[in-house]
Write a protein that binds this ligand. Structure first.
Ligand SMILES: Nc1ncnc2c1ncn2[C@@H]1O[C@H](COP(=O)(O)OP(=O)(O)OP(=O)(O)O)[C@@H](O)[C@H]1O
Length: 286
């Protein structure tokens, strides 16, 4: 499968933090969710990919080319951050005019459609918009210059569940075109459970895993048991575990195998949040 984006050994050193040889790739037509605790390095990864900060090492290629060596690639990347970067005295209509001048591939008809769909008034100053409306405007702009890759850093966090659901539909429509992909960093892992094809988990600057979402949701499980049952678990099967009061919560990669093997234990499905929590707050064996 062809990749839209390939990140290899991306490294960035700050005084108190190292983004450490981060690697992943995003195939065409797919959505990748980037997860991790606060300060894990998600924004640093995105900023280094987009060359908004200088990377110390590693390579980032879009369609096989480096961003700095082909400026026109920037047209093909739509970016939305958690915050607006337009003057707040502009109206959405003026933002459209400015964007039309800035992007060769700008499609005004599409922009108007998104303004309607997101219920954004064209003639009101942005400063009168709510946080959610500002985010929707940024998403409308990012999509209207017809990018092939959309990169969103915590861009849906200000939206209510109904609006987020609508935006997730827009993302799913976007990747219907198999030349399109999305990289989305979010703390709202239930959104990623709905739309992502794969999940990359960054923890303390390193990639802990990069896996198909279905593998996480359908194969990973959490054994809930007491101390005696915990002692009987084959430690090579444990990815992470955590003791809470008198219960042990044990993350395993094959819940069906665990259900067959440990008949006296409860083996629950694992949501992405459960997996993240156990890796971050629990003990890791691998
Ligand atoms: N310009 C900078 N100078 C020094 N340290 C920085 C700089 N930018 C980020 N950092 C540090 O890098 C680490 C990773 O930050 P980053 O913003 O990438 O995390 P994140 O995973 O996006 O977190 P969050 O979920 O809170 O947005 C943090 O410890 C942060 O303090």
């Amino acid at each position: 499968m062809d990749n839209i984006l390939e990140v290899r050994n991306l490294t960035k050193q700050y005084a108190d933090f190292t983004l450490d040889h981060v690697s992943f790739s995003i195939p065409k037509g797919t959505i990748m969710g980037l997860i991790g605790e606060n300060g894990a390095g998600k924004s640093t990864t995105i900023n280094a990919i987009l060359e908004l900060i200088h990377k110390d090492d590693g390579t980032v290629t879009f369609w096989g080319q480096e961003l700095s060596s082909a400026k026109q690639l920037k047209e093909d990347i739509g970016v939305v951050f958690d915050g607006i970067n337009f003057y707040e005295t502009l109206t959405a209509a003026k933002v459209g005019k400015i964007s039309q001048a800035a992007y060769k591939q700008w499609e005004d008809r599409l922009y108007r459609e998104y303004l309607n769909r997101f219920q954004l008034p064209a003639d009101k100053e942005i400063k009168t918009f709510s946080k959610g409306m500002k985010m929707k405007l940024c998403i409308a702009v990012a999509l209207s210059h017809r990018p092939k890759l959309l990169i969103l850093d915590e861009a849906t966090s200000g939206l209510d569940p109904v609006m987020r659901d609508d935006i997730l539909d827009v993302f799913l429509e976007f990747v219907q075109d198999e030349e399109h992909s999305i990289l989305i960093s979010s703390h709202i892992t239930t959104d990623l459970e709905k739309v992502a094809d794969s999940i990359t988990f960054i923890h303390q600057g390193k990639v802990l895993f990069c896996k198909a979402k279905d593998e996480l949701l359908y194969q990973y499980g959490i054994i809930r048991c007491g101390a005696a049952a915990f002692d009987e678990i084959d430690k090579s099967e444990i990815l992470a575990y955590r003791k809470e009061d008198y219960q042990w919560n044990v993350l395993v990669a094959d819940k069906e195998k665990a259900r067959r093997r440990y008949k006296n234990a409860v083996v629950d499905d694992a949501a992405i949040d459960d997996i993240l929590l156990l890796y971050v707050k629990g003990e890791r064996t691998k």
